[in-house]
Design a protein around this ligand. Structure first.
Ligand code: SF4
Length: 287
């Protein structure tokens, strides 16, 4: 039914996943292992319709739908719009349709195209910003720079999507820790998304970054330095009514709040936690 592996954000755990594409058309980020084993491809209309028919046998009335894999917005706008119409007809119970969004796909589409896609039912986008630093984005081969990442996020918000942005804590390593913290805060503040999630870097064997770590080219942050970076990043955020979550299994301290309203409280909690030494380094650092 699905081409594996299949990924979705934690908040889509209860969503019906419809696989519109396979893999990621970029597939070059050094820290990412998700689709390394998959050749990117667009599915044909017939394949997607057959896939939806199979899913209908198991999922009668889904509330939420998540479109996979990596970057569904790379589809031509008219194809995506007609697919969204088809999905809404087949699953009229769905209240929300979401997907990952690649920054280059957002940039390539015009404001009018994005609005059209939004109006036809794609409501919620997840944007992996990863870092706001040009140096880190280039080192990790994200394929866009800071200016382009801001443009992509701002276009999504302007078109009316609910936007969730992710930053990976530790992605600058020791060498670019402060730059990663400050520049990431700058990019998230410029986008001002509806949601901002902070995850921590976990280096998987399948990623190119694993080789960089083994060869000493990339020095991982220790837990104290991760907390220092988190504090610096939050201190530099300037957001309005942005729901903040750091509640992924990789985070040392579970945090939730609204930025900037809760900024001081969140920073204070991190500082106390750091000073307490009341934490055990997680066992999920693959390297
Ligand atoms: S992080 Fe996103 S854009 Fe980069 S390779 Fe992985 S899925 Fe593709």
């Amino acid at each position: 039914m699905y081409s594996m592996p299949l990924y979705r954000p934690p908040s889509e755990a209860r969503s019906l996943i419809i696989q519109i594409t396979e893999g990621c058309s970029h597939n070059k980020c050094r820290f990412c292992y998700m689709y390394k084993c998959k050749q990117f491809r667009l599915k044909s209309d017939d394949e997607i319709k057959e896939h939806i028919n199979e899913l209908k046998a198991y999922y009668k009335n889904p509330d939420r739908i998540f479109l996979a894999d990596g970057n569904v917005l790379c589809l031509k706008t008219d194809k995506l719009v007609s697919l969204l119409n088809y999905i809404k007809t087949e699953f009229p119970s769905a209240q929300r349709i979401s997907s990952y969004s690649g920054p280059l796909d957002l940039i390539r589409k015009t404001d009018e195209e994005l609005k059209l896609i939004r109006e036809h039912g794609l409501e919620f986008l997840y944007l992996g910003v990863e870092s706001g630093s040009d140096k880190v984005l280039s080192m990790m081969e994200k394929g866009v720079n800071q200016r382009e990442m801001i443009e992509a996020g701002q276009k999504a918000v302007k078109a009316g999507f609910k936007l969730s942005c992710m930053i990976i804590s530790g992605l600058g390593g020791e060498g670019l820790m402060e730059e990663h913290a400050v520049e990431s805060a700058k990019v998230i503040s410029a986008i001002n998304p509806h949601y901002f999630s902070l995850l921590r870097l976990v280096v998987e064997e399948e990623s190119e970054l694993a080789d960089d770590v083994r060869q000493g080219k990339f020095k991982l942050l220790n837990p104290i330095r991760i907390l220092d970076e988190n504090i610096l990043m939050l201190e530099n955020m300037e957001l309005t009514d942005c729901i903040f979550r750091a509640n992924h299994v990789s985070n040392y301290l579970n945090q939730a709040g609204v930025l900037n309203k809760d900024k001081d409280m969140l920073v204070e909690r991190l500082k106390k936690f750091r000073e307490s030494n009341d934490f055990i380094p997680m066992g999920n650092d693959r390297l």
